[in-house]
Design a protein around this ligand. Structure first.
Ligand code: 2HG
Ligand code: ZN
Length: 483
């Protein structure tokens, strides 16, 4: 069903009265970037894109949409990889984008908290923390565009989860507008509060299907005094896991990041970056990027890193290593790691599987899944990388160089992702470790969640959003009876 023009006009007029004419977009040229997803895979339609500037405006928009049965798609920086932040093609939904709600509201360096509106970018939140002499530790490649509201709605992870946890672990309270316009708030900055259900967790990771997060109180951490970074060639995924064990043991908890990079992943990103050289003299099948950080001074932290690498050499886990000798070196190592995703997007034809298994199973999983995928598609480039320290890898087989991207995906996307997801599930793992479900993985949930889990998800959904207006068609698979 597409929206008739009188309904659209009525919606536009009502929203303009709430947020002002300039904060409502309808022309195709103006709405294009709000209805197209980050990977340019799905392009939907919106009746209106609305950009409120306060929680009260969000509440008024939601109340109006609720009364008039208009679906709402909440949107932050629109960097989702799963198509969860753009509307479908029906054209009846309002996209509610939070970019204008980008104020840092308060920093409390005694309570170690930062209170922000949802449209503050992750980079801006990190900068505000730094200005106050603190660290906000969430770290993901899209930090310049992604927003705190989206980070919360997807329970974002990234490269520092090993040390600091996911977004869910980094928040003390939120404010959210419910589908009917009521405002829920737990913006109190409490580290202890056992007064019944912790309702904020319903909205975190819900991808905007239960309400819209409009503000949050984030936890701040002490800034580490020093960090030390190494780019290390390892003998195998198993060697990587054992090296991580050594690093944890010898550093006493200073391992901040432990990222796996396969040979083909490094080839791809170096090709994409053009002017950046590999930190290592030779090509290797497997590498890890290790970062330590702590309250120790730089010299002792580097000594610890050396000790870890030496122990790795002795046990034949490590084949070669480059230690960053400067901040610029460390930035280059990290750039190489962080640009792999964009290198894939630009190349086209990559099958993205964002899987996690218990750390104790990850090495076997990577070996087995690689073997099985190569049996199926012998010339696929095995771009495998990511947060090995969390048991989470981006297992993203890429089309052979001379294959057409579209044809490759049409033929192999489903068989390969079903194979990889199935293996991860068989190891007690997850088919979406950190990217969420959105539209892309929605129907797969039916296979990987139990009936009880799916029923509970729908029961929560119906309790909060009985009209099914919030980000409809996302996250929850339709269920035979009553879904
Ligand atoms: C990363 O770790 C991101 O770089 C993106 O989670 C991963 O594009 C991907 O598959
Ligand atoms: Zn990742």
């Amino acid at each position: 069903m597409s929206l008739d023009s009188s309904t659209r006009d009525a919606t536009l007029r009502a929203l303009q009265a709430i947020v002002g004419d300039n904060a409502c977009l309808v022309a195709d040229a103006d709405t294009e970037s709000y209805v197209t997803d980050y990977r340019r895979i799905s392009r939907g339609k919106a009746s209106v894109v609305v950009l409120p500037s306060s929680t009260e405006q969000v509440a008024a928009v939601m109340a109006w949409c609720h009364t008039h049965d208009v679906p709402v798609v909440p949107q932050g920086g629109n960097t989702s990889l799963m198509g969860g932040a753009v509307p479908d093609t029906r054209g009846d939904a309002v996209v509610l984008n939070l970019s204008r709600m980008n104020r840092v509201l308060a920093i409390d360096t005694v309570n170690d908290t930062l209170t922000v509106q949802a449209g503050v970018t992750l980079a801006a939140a990190r900068a505000a923390a730094e200005e106050g002499g603190r660290l906000f530790p969430l770290r993901i490649g899209s930090e310049g565009s992604c927003q705190i509201g989206g980070n919360l709605s997807t329970n974002a992870g990234g490269t520092a989860v090993l040390r600091y946890g996911n977004m869910r672990d980094l928040v003390l309270g939120i404010e959210a507008v419910l589908p009917d316009g009521r405002i829920y708030s737990s913006l109190r900055g409490l580290r202890k509060d056992n007064t019944g259900y912790d309702l904020k967790h319903l909205f975190i990771g819900a991808e905007g299907t239960l309400g819209i997060i409009t503000a949050a109180v984030l936890k701040l951490m002490p800034q580490p005094r020093a960090s030390a970074v190494a780019f290390v060639a390892v003998a195998s995924p198993d060697a990587a896991v054992r090296l991580l064990g050594e690093a944890k043991r010898l550093s006493g908890g200073a391992v901040t990041a432990f990222e796996l990079i396969s040979g083909p992943a490094l080839d791809l990103v170096l090709d994409y970056l053009g002017n950046v050289a590999s930190p290592l003299a030779q090509r290797h099948d497997w590498m890890v990027l290790i970062e330590l950080s702590s309250g120790a001074d730089a010299a002792s932290l580097e000594a610890t890193l050396l000790e870890i690498l030496e122990s790795g050499y002795e046990q034949q886990l490590v084949q070669d290593a480059a230690i960053a000798a400067s901040v610029a070196d460390a930035q280059t190592f990290w750039r190489i790691r962080e640009e792999i995703s964009d290198a894939q997007t630009r190349t086209g034809g990559s099958i993205k599987c964002d899987v996690s298994v218990p750390l104790s199973r990850i090495a076997d999983f990577v070996d087995e899944a690689s073997r099985r995928v190569l049996e199926l598609v012998p010339d696929a480039r095995m771009v495998i990388y990511g947060h090995m320290g969390d048991g989470n890898v981006h297992f993203n087989p890429l089309r052979p160089k001379d294959a057409d991207a579209k044809a490759f995906l049409a033929q192999w996307y489903k068989p390969v992702s079903d194979l990889v997801d199935g293996l991860a599930h068989g190891e007690g793992g997850s088919i979406s470790a950190e990217h969420g479900i959105g539209a892309v993985k929605r129907d797969d949930l039916r296979r990987y969640k139990s009936q009880v889990e799916l029923e509970l998800m729908w029961q929560v959904k119906r309790a909060l959003d009985p009209k099914n207006l919030m980000n409809p068609g996302r996250v929850l698979p339709a269920m035979g009876e009553g879904g």
